[in-house]
Design a protein around this ligand. Structure first.
Ligand code: SF4
Length: 440
């Protein structure tokens, strides 16, 4: 039998792409094992994201950096998948001579055959098919178990919302949910492999509907709750307009559902939210935050924010700053607005000076850093339950894990504790995590 080759997948962008990367490894697991670095790989794949222009440029500059590797090893195969591949297709082959294979977001299952074909024929290949209306995980081999104790699990793909700035509905297609029976089967498989925490994944999990029974997302959470051995359940992403009181109550009542929610607000100004076509006002968003805080006192919020949307004025931006001060997010994922071809926002005029807007993002991030630091300081002295996820790769003898409400904790410990849930007393705060020690 031939030695398996080595595969390195570099992932850009969102959680959906992280999951697709796991699927790429799974589809190729019969012929390739994961490589520790790009340098030792026989196949390098870039799983790309086109949500921001900057991310797209990064892909091309990354491809340029691979050229010396190809000079050393002419048999090295370089592939490009994900949203940039779905949109750009053949253009990638034209623009980057080192690329051998381009595959779209709906072509993951064809990848093993494409790599074989490239090896045999020496021809460069591009396959980008239109949305097939099915979730590609349906017939996929079982995904690998993420980082061991935790795993992502896709429950739906695509999005029907068409927010004014977003390319996802164009590249990922319309919403399609997987049957609950299939999701539960995969969850059982993951738990049997030692996974203790599952994150259910979809662009908008709140609009999940079982195609076999019509049952919604809360019903899926209730079924997951019954799985023996599954300790923690998370989900992402939750569109605020579809986040129902019923779901808030389910989060409070189901013991496995963690006390953390990612609820992307995008902006604090109603004028900007309306231009973004988000479908809620800041007051409606706050009502959901207030209900969750009342039902789940330990709950923590994270969010996404776009700064400098076309037409956004300083007073709109200040309402976003106010939102940060009111909600006290644990963390935010914030970006400067970036115009994407084909979206409604691409056609919008912006009378506000771009140089003025450029300073807003660091201002927002400074405020959030202060809020996060304060929240980390407030955790010191508390005793928490931590699921140990991995070794601290910067500090020998230390481990890294996460509390139920999403604080990252580092502490000294034996690698045998990986995958276990331990009690930790928090001792010091840091910018990104909290330090602690095990409680006997
Ligand atoms: S909800 Fe809006 S931002 Fe999220 S994926 Fe859909 S269109 Fe994009």
């Amino acid at each position: 039998m031939n030695e398996p080759g080595k595969l390195y997948v570099k992932t850009f962008g969102c959680q959906m792409n992280v999951y697709d990367t796991e699927k790429i490894y799974a589809f190729l697991q019969d012929t390739y094992v994961p490589a520790a670095s790009e340098e030792e790989a026989d196949v390098i794949i870039l799983n790309t994201c086109s949500i921001r222009e900057k991310a797209e440029n990064k892909v091309y500059s990354q491809l340029g950096r691979f050229k010396p590797l190809k000079d050393i090893n002419p048999d090295l195969i370089i592939g490009v998948g994900g949203c940039v591949a779905q949109q750009e297709g053949e253009r990638i082959l034209k623009r980057s001579p080192s690329v051998d294979v381009v595959f779209g977001t709906h072509n993951l299952d064809e990848l093993p055959a494409m790599l074989e074909e490239r090896k045999k024929s020496g021809k460069r290949i591009c396959r980008v098919r239109e949305d097939t209306g099915t979730v590609p995980t349906a017939d996929a081999p079982r995904v690998m178990g993420g980082r061991g104790a935790t795993s992502l699990l896709t429950i739906m793909k695509g999005c029907n919302n068409y927010c004014a700035y977003c390319v996802v509905p164009f590249v990922r297609g319309r919403e399609v949910s997987r049957p609950a029976s299939e999701i539960l089967d995969e969850a059982v498989f993951l738990v049997e492999k030692g996974v203790r925490e599952i994150t259910l994944l979809g662009q908008n999990v709140n609009s999940y509907h079982d195609p076999d029974t019509g049952a919604g997302f809360v019903s899926l959470l209730e079924s997951m709750e019954l799985l023996p051995g599954l300790e923690r359940l998370r989900f992402v992403t939750s569109h605020p307009k579809d986040f129902s009181p019923e779901l808030a109550h389910a989060m409070a009542d189901l013991p496995s559902v963690c006390e953390h929610i990612h609820l992307p607000v995008q902006a604090g100004s109603d004028r900007v939210l309306s231009a973004m076509k988000r479908g809620y006002t800041s007051r409606q968003y706050m009502e959901k935050v207030e209900l969750l805080t009342k039902l789940i006192p330990e709950v923590e919020f994270t969010t996404d924010i776009i700064v400098g949307f076309p037409g956004e004025e300083r007073e709109d931006f200040e309402l976003t700053m106010e939102m940060l001060n009111t909600v006290k997010y644990q963390n935010i994922y914030s970006f400067r607005f970036s115009s994407r071809p084909g979206t409604a926002a691409a056609a919008m005029k912006d009378p506000v000076d771009a140089d003025v807007k450029r300073s807003w993002l660091p201002e927002l991030q400074d405020l959030q850093n202060q809020i996060t630091a304060e929240k980390h300081r407030n955790m010191v002295g508390r005793e928490v339950e931590v699921l140990v996820e991995e070794k601290d790769n910067k500090k020998n003898g230390f481990l890294e894990g996460r509390t139920r409400n999403n604080y990252i904790v580092h502490f000294p410990g034996d690698p045998e504790l990986l995958g276990k849930i331990v009690r930790i007393r928090l001792t010091n705060s840091r910018a990104i995590h909290v330090m602690g020690e095990m409680v006997n």
